[in-house]
Write a protein that binds this ligand. Structure first.
Ligand code: UDP
Ligand code: MG
Length: 151
């Protein structure tokens, strides 16, 4: 089963949106495989956002991301990378549809409360980086699985 890395950013944590964001993934039918409240170093954040080095907003992004604790999570399930991105909304909250996390809870791109991996490869890279001791997925609850999946 596919895995994705979802992170509630410092503004999302400080605004008390942890439960709301977890609730949406749980209610959709996805399975939580790892969760940690952490204070990431700037070095880890720079590695996480390595593709954006050189962008004008990079320094501000790192400051923002290092401004308080974040909640890192691994969610598991069918197409969870793509669906997770849909559930988050667009990078710019003003372009995000109502009903998405960013479309419901924030306004500005530099305060967009959550992160989601953009591909299966990014997810693998990010999960290895944020959960270096590895992620153990609980054994499948077959009756629950049958209520969520056809097979
Ligand atoms: N960001 C920003 N200004 C921009 C573009 C991005 O502050 O013009 C921030 C924003 O918080 C975004 C993060 O940088 O979530 C990473 O950018 P990316 O393009 O990867 O967007 P995402 O994958 O988070 O939707
Ligand atoms: Mg991204």
């Amino acid at each position: 089963m596919e895995q994705t890395y979802i992170m509630i950013k410092p503004d999302g944590v400080a605004r008390g949106l942890v439960g709301e964001i977890i609730k949406r993934f749980e209610q959709r039918g996805y399975q939580l495989a790892a969760l940690e409240l952490m204070n990431p170093t700037k070095q880890l954040l720079e590695e996480h956002y390595q593709d954006l080095k050189g962008k004008g907003f990079f320094a501000g992004l790192i400051e923002y991301m290092a401004s308080g604790p974040v909640v890192g999570m691994v969610w598991v399930g069918k197409d969870v990378v793509k669906v997770g991105r849909k559930m988050l909304g667009e990078t710019n909250p003003l372009a995000s549809a109502a009903g998405t996390i960013r479309g419901d809870f924030c306004i500005e791109v530099g305060r967009n409360i959550c992160h989601g991996s953009d591909s299966v490869e990014s997810a693998q890279r990010e999960i290895a980086m944020w959960f270096p001791r590895g992620v153990k997925v609980a054994s499948r609850n077959t009756s629950l699985h049958a209520l969520i999946y056809e097979n």
